[in-house]
Ligand binder design. Sequence first.
Ligand SMILES: Cc1cc2nc3c(=O)[nH]c(=O)nc-3n(C[C@H](O)[C@H](O)[C@H](O)COP(=O)(O)OP(=O)(O)OC[C@H]3O[C@@H](n4cnc5c(N)ncnc54)[C@H](O)[C@@H]3O)c2cc1C
Length: 447
Amino acid sequence: MIRTELPARTPKLFGTACVLGGSIAGLLAARVLADHAREVVIVERDEPETTGRPRAGVPQDRHGHALLPGGLKQLERWLPGVVDEAQTLGGHLAPLGQQGVYYDGRPRAQGGDAKLLLGSRPFLEARVRNRVLALPNVSTVTGLATGLVYTDDGRVGGVQVGSATVSADFVVDAMGRASRLSSWLEQAGYQRPVLERMPTGIHYVTGLFERTKSADSLEEACVLDLISPRAMPFDLTVASVNVIEDNQWLVMLMSYEEQPAARSLDAFRAVCNDLPPIFRQATSGVPTHGLETYHQADSRRRDFAGLTHFPAGLVAVGDAVASFNPIYGQGISSAALHASCLSEYLTTDPDLTSPATDFFALQQVITDAAWTLSAGADAARHDAITGTKASAEVEQQRSAMNQIIQATLTDPTITEVFAAVTFMDAHPATLADPTFLDRVRTCVGVS
Ligand SMILES: Cc1cc2nc3c(=O)[nH]c(=O)nc-3n(C[C@H](O)[C@H](O)[C@H](O)COP(=O)(O)OP(=O)(O)OC[C@H]3O[C@@H](n4cnc5c(N)ncnc54)[C@H](O)[C@@H]3O)c2cc1C
């Protein structure tokens, strides 16, 4: 069960807890640790950025980031009032009526009442950072973490930051998808977590444009257009448009090709002209920034739950554990849910002299759920391209998923159930419920 209220008891367990990486996952872990440690130190290589500007350590922050309802609840749990604050400062909480999902230009039926928080990634991160750094026992050290320090009894005792050591009773790796923790562990004679990669080879190209209408007056504030192969003359796979702060539209095109879907503004606008009308409207405004591109070769996850030789006093959260195909928008919500797993672990009187096995078991439920959805779709695409035959069971699941998606075009109830899963508000097992699947089959006319 995922809790949404603050914990009833918060035992003090540590003198100093140290978080490596001061992005969203690290900040939320720091928020939880502030309840359990006298002092929390965040080590981040970038200077603390409180104004919402992009920064070097998070190259993806120029691209579209929406906060899903599942993550929104956890964010509000740990930082009460943060969503209101984000809205006051220019973020937008899009109700169902302003959310559009299209499959090859055909609108999905609307179901449910979930809201999405919209804003640029630096804006959203700044909301979290400002709140977490305002806590009296949280501070930051600017520098590059280069290794761990161990005690004689097999615990982590601190972190190496250049030539200095930050002593700590508990350390959290939140250094993102390129985290060096696995190598550090191996060098110290511990096991390195098995790394699983799902090749994706995605390209993003993003443009920002002036918006003249207020977000509240818009018919659509965020739209996702999912495009099947060969439905367009070029291999665009997903396009999205979101309202963000400072009266702007953020428009993103994603493709699996060798290069981005467009490199010039003219080409970008030309692609958008063939998409649902909101794309043409949004890109007709004055650009507020040049086009930005981003490439990601794979989705990846590290199996910390499967480790048997691991030091005590150490956990990992966020993209350092699992970094998904970004188009599913699961990253921040996963990080927020990891923070809740950390709280669950720390409030149940864990044996801190042993590895945090119970934490990793909780976290694995979150990671597996998100991976099932995003990597499942990429595996289907990969098999289709390479002509690989999946097992009968997997083929059956893929066929069911295609039927669900088809049914969402007409049945709001099916959309509501499906959206809850994609919004990380319900477990993917919900989609295997026999009554639900009967309804799907009836809807699409399959016996
Ligand atoms: C193109 C794109 C679009 C996305 N869209 C969405 C979306 O719509 N919704 C969503 O929820 N998620 C989205 N995501 C995912 C999201 O960006 C991440 O999941 C989220 O940032 C959480 O990441 P994190 O904090 O674990 O790591 P990161 O944000 O990658 O941060 C890692 C931090 O660690 C620091 N660091 C690294 N190494 C060191 C070191 N040695 N010492 C000190 N500091 C270090 C870095 O400077 C950085 O601050 C998207 C991702 C991409 C790539």
